[in-house]
Design a protein around this ligand. Structure first.
Ligand code: SF4
Length: 403
């Protein structure tokens, strides 16, 4: 869902995506198993995404989108049942009320190509703030602060209720989680819950791919041509300040590992910069361990995976930190300056800013990619290492064609 929304898919495309994903992941011969899977996965996600304001916002937006499409796919009968289950305090118009506004309802229906309402149609009279999207799209008749909502429009009404219900539930879950469960479950659930919100389910970029193999002498050239903005920014800051805080070292270090910088080259690269600020001895003593650790050569010897866009976007850089996603964490002024430095025209920068305002950060990054490489990127950007690989692929194809 997140992927589809961040690529700017339209409502009907999201609807098709929901149906396709449902077929792919929710099939089981026993219907009650499907229902259990549906319910359990929802509550697992509630637990994972209740813990911060940002996580709650993200989850609410995804779950509401999913709910809207699933509601629309249901029959009228099921929709009515759901409405009564939500105990919506709205009553359908009586015959005499309907007669009084019939003309106006007909005008609105005609203007939006909907069937004309008849005395048998179910129309709800609700406070206009319950259906903001119908009001914004001028899709309902309004009178004295009330909106007249036809049965085929009730998805909006129910979605508003669903959203507010879920939002309250998330706040409550968070309260319980932090006051009790987090501690009680510290060995079992807590590590899973904490890791899930930042886990990434796309392709694995922990090992360099076909176009990815860089050595220390190429690094400035490829940084300029193929690093996404988040990594360029870290790279520039490292060159400028000869230092990066832990978050920045992890984000850039794992990315470089993913694009094929070997451990020895990585150590040399970081040493050259850091030693200008802290000296070689301090670097060897305090920082080199961390780099070897990222490559799985120290500690638990885990091979760490480069961060996905989702993980970077949801990180919370503090003062003096340079990690994070510039589309999310930069001010408009700084972002425009960075884009212009990358060679993005001010017209494209306007489009990028528009995506940023709607919180479509990955789409903003995709637009930047397309502008810089003068070609489309239909898959959209969801991982900095994917950005790098796609970029190298295009540049190498062009240089082969030119030979
Ligand atoms: Fe980096 Fe992803 Fe943000 Fe692009 S969208 S700048 S690749 S984190």
């Amino acid at each position: 869902m997140s992927d589809g929304l961040s690529r700017g898919k339209k409502p009907d495309e999201i609807g098709a995506l929901v149906t396709e994903l449902w077929k792919e992941h929710m099939q089981h011969p026993n219907p009650s198993d499907v229902m259990n899977k549906d319910i359990i996965s929802h509550f697992v996600l509630r637990l994972v995404y209740c813990r911060t304001e940002d996580l709650r916002k993200w989850f609410l937006s995804m779950e509401t989108t999913l709910f809207r499409h699933r509601f629309r796919l249901e029959s009228l009968e099921v929709q009515r049942m759901l409405m009564s289950e939500f105990k919506l305090p709205f009553k359908a118009l009586s015959n005499s009320e309907f007669e009084a506004v019939k003309e106006k309802l007909g005008q609105v229906a005609r203007s939006i190509n909907q069937p004309l309402p008849t005395v048998d149609s179910t129309i709800f009279k609700v406070p206009f703030e319950e259906v903001p999207e119908l009001v914004a799209g001028r899709r309902v008749y309004m009178l004295k602060g009330d909106a007249y909502v036809a049965m085929n429009q009730v998805a909006s009404l129910v979605v508003t209720q669903f959203r507010s219900h879920l939002s309250k539930a998330l706040v409550l879950t968070n309260r319980k989680w932090t006051s009790m469960i987090q501690e009680q479950e510290k060995d079992r659930l807590t590590p899973i819950v904490e890791a899930l919100s930042s886990s990434y389910l796309g392709p694995d970029y922990s090992q360099p791919k076909e176009y990815a193999e860089i050595s220390i002498k190429d690094i400035d050239r490829v940084a300029n041509s193929s690093f996404p903005l988040c990594m360029r920014h870290l790279f520039d800051k490292l060159r400028e300040e000869h230092h990066l805080k832990h978050g920045g070292r992890m984000q850039l270090g794992l990315f470089l590992k993913g694009v094929g910088l070997k451990l020895d080259d990585a150590l040399a690269f970081w040493r050259v910069e850091f030693s200008k600020k802290v000296g070689t001895e301090k670097f060897d003593k305090e920082y080199s361990y961390n780099i070897r650790h990222n490559y799985g050569k120290e500690g638990k010897r885990t091979d760490y995976t480069p961060y996905s866009c989702q993980r970077i976007i949801t990180s919370t850089p503090g003062v003096g930190d340079h990690h994070g996603c510039p589309y999310r964490h930069f001010s408009e002024e700084n972002l425009r300056a960075a884009l212009s430095k990358m060679g993005v025209s001010s017209r494209t920068a306007d489009d990028v800013m528009d995506k940023v305002r709607h919180r479509h950060y990955q789409l903003a990054c995709t637009l930047t990619f397309e502008a810089i490489h003068s070609c489309s990127c239909d898959a959209g950007i969801n991982h900095p290492n994917q950005y790098f690989t796609e970029s190298q692929k295009i540049l190498q194809q062009r240089s082969q064609a030119a030979e």
